[in-house]
Design a binder for this molecule. Structure first.
Ligand code: AMP
Length: 357
């Protein structure tokens, strides 16, 4: 496909902050954006040209959406694969494509896929019953994290399990749902690589960031990540392998645990722009949101050179309601326009440039 001309329409499935920031980047490049997401006034819909308020499975809405858009993407990995397939049968160009979405919707298939393409993970075992949980726990050494295979995010759908625990209670805590048990990884730090792949297969990886979590939720990302060059280049290579092997078009993220000896173990992937890349617009020649739009529009990728050292902090719940003057001078604020500042809800983020790169 030749590059989409400015003035074309990009469709985004999903309407949260990622969609909002993608819509902003698309607008800057001269595109119109249509958002398909159920709900009256989601954050992305308030900055888009049009909002189709419908369920992802609504076939009439999908048809209207396909007709309105020159290319379609998504901002959220729990879009039903069947809806993407349906859009494709209607003749829509959906980018990144189905493979990376399908793989990432299920923690078990994701980890198995990563291992098959040569990306190591920590040890994991499938769990579909309390009996299996007992066997799995023995296999991984008596201490682990039980996670639902589907629909978990920000530490939700997870519970720490030790062999002395009431295993039936632990399994019921995650809803007796299909799950995996992961061995606890004794990481020295966590990093992620955000990478883009264009329609022509060209790839561009951002410098990895160091990520710190609180209660399973990302709190802070820092670049540079403070690791030696050889570890950084291995991390970038792994992300490249993932983008290539999934035939992904657009941005994806690979979260990695780094062990004391430099071993890299994948935690998870996200087939989309990622919270740990929110510093890229303020630090790099091309930010992750513009990069994703460039890729799905068939444009050449922009340079990802990092010009600043940065620290990005998520503003959770009422932290985002602090008066603007209370942030240190030079803080670059992004607020998501969410109406309800529930505790731990991602409401915005603050980027500080800490030096020249
Ligand atoms: P997740 O939602 O699976 O990405 O987990 C959120 C965070 O919990 C991760 O970024 C880690 O800080 C921690 N975590 C998740 N799984 C493991 C594990 N197997 N071992 C150690 N820490 C973990």
């Amino acid at each position: 496909m030749s590059p989409l001309p400015a003035g074309s329409t990009i469709g985004i499935l999903g309407g949260g902050q990622l969609g909002r920031m993608l819509a902003g980047a698309a607008a800057r490049l001269g595109f119109d954006v249509v958002i398909l997401v159920p709900g009256e006034s989601p954050p992305a819909a308030r900055v888009a040209a049009r909002h189709i308020d419908a369920d992802y499975e609504d076939e009439d809405a999908l048809k209207m959406f396909a007709e309105a858009c020159d290319v379609i993407t998504y901002e959220f990995e729990n879009i039903p694969v069947a809806s993407i397939a349906h859009l494709t049968t209607l003749g829509a160009d959906v980018r990144p494509g189905i493979k990376s979405l399908e793989v990432s919707q299920d923690r078990l298939s994701e980890k198995q896929f990563l291992n098959v393409i040569g990306i190591e993970t920590g040890r994991f075992e499938p769990v579909d019953s309390v009996e299996q949980l007992k066997t799995a726990l023995e296999a991984i050494g008596g201490d682990g994290l039980l996670k639902t295979r589907r629909d978990g995010y920000d530490g939700k759908g997870q519970v720490r399990v030790r062999s002395v625990d009431d295993l039936a209670a632990a399994y019921s805590q995650i809803g007796d749902a299909p799950a995996i048990l992961e061995a606890l990884v004794p990481f020295e730090r966590e990093i992620s690589v955000v990478i883009a792949r264009g329609v022509d297969g060209q790839m561009a990886a951002y410098d990895p960031s160091r990520n710190e979590h609180e209660s399973g939720i990302l709190k802070r990302s820092t670049a540079p990540c403070g690791l030696p060059d050889d570890v950084i280049s291995r991390a970038m290579d792994l992300a490249g392998t993932l983008a290539r092997e999934t035939g992904h078009i657009g941005v994806l993220a690979l979260e990695l645990f780094v062990l004391e000896d430099g071993t890299l173990l994948a935690n998870e992937m996200a087939p989309r722009v990622h919270n740990s890349g929110h510093w890229t617009p303020e630090a790099c020649a091309t930010g992750q949101f513009e990069q994703h739009i460039r890729a799905v529009a068939g444009w050449p990728l922009g340079p990802v050179t990092r010009h600043f050292d940065v620290e990005m902090e998520n503003l959770l719940g009422e932290e985002a309601l602090a008066p603007p003057q209370s942030f240190a001078e030079g803080t670059i604020l992004t607020l998501y326009g969410k109406r309800d500042a529930k505790p731990a809800r991602k409401m915005g983020h603050a980027v500080r440039r800490t030096g020249r790169a």
